[in-house]
Design a protein around this ligand. Sequence first.
Ligand SMILES: CC[C@@H](C(=O)O)C(=O)SCCNC(=O)CCNC(=O)[C@H](O)C(C)(C)COP(=O)(O)OP(=O)(O)OC[C@H]1O[C@@H](n2cnc3c(N)ncnc32)[C@H](O)[C@@H]1OP(=O)(O)O
Ligand SMILES: [Co+2]
Length: 134
Amino acid sequence: MLTNIEHIGIAVKDINASNELFTKLFNIAPYKSESVESEGVTTSFFKINATKIELLEATNQESAIAKFVEKKGEGIHHVAFEVDDILTEMQRLEKEGFILLNKEPKHGADNKLVCFLHPKGTNGVLIELCQEIK
Ligand SMILES: CC[C@@H](C(=O)O)C(=O)SCCNC(=O)CCNC(=O)[C@H](O)C(C)(C)COP(=O)(O)OP(=O)(O)OC[C@H]1O[C@@H](n2cnc3c(N)ncnc32)[C@H](O)[C@@H]1OP(=O)(O)O
Ligand SMILES: [Co+2]
């Protein structure tokens, strides 16, 4: 079952500059920074009550974030939903005809297993499923 929005991912060009900007906006500093080599990104996370924002800067040119920023510029890159059982949700969504971008859950940032759905099948919005690793 999809429960709540886990985070909103924002693609940025310069994470240090964006950390300063969003710290001013939210009046709170990021609680965490983490690089995820497999995704070619450096991230930082802000928490405003129940709302979590993930900033992502590309660390190489093959990264999804580098391609996105080059084509579309900075901005909202994906919406991530928390799920209680990622394997069950992946099977259900595949049966419903959604395009899974990874067939096995993979390790994301902030202690999560993640799976992405292709934006072609979701009205142009890249969706991420996240299950907390316990
Ligand atoms: C930090 C880890 C993790 C977490 O724990 O939270 C993350 O969030 S990692 C985030 C970065 N990783 C990913 O996004 C992985 C999943 N994404 C992909 O596999 C690819 O980006 C993609 C969605 C399959 C697109 O890749 P590709 O086909 O190689 O790129 P193109 O540039 O050719 O785009 C094709 C097509 O798709 C449109 N597009 C691309 N990205 C997005 C997006 N984020 N939202 C909406 N649409 C997107 C792109 O504009 C192209 O459209 P057309 O031009 O109309 O064909
Ligand atoms: Co994300």
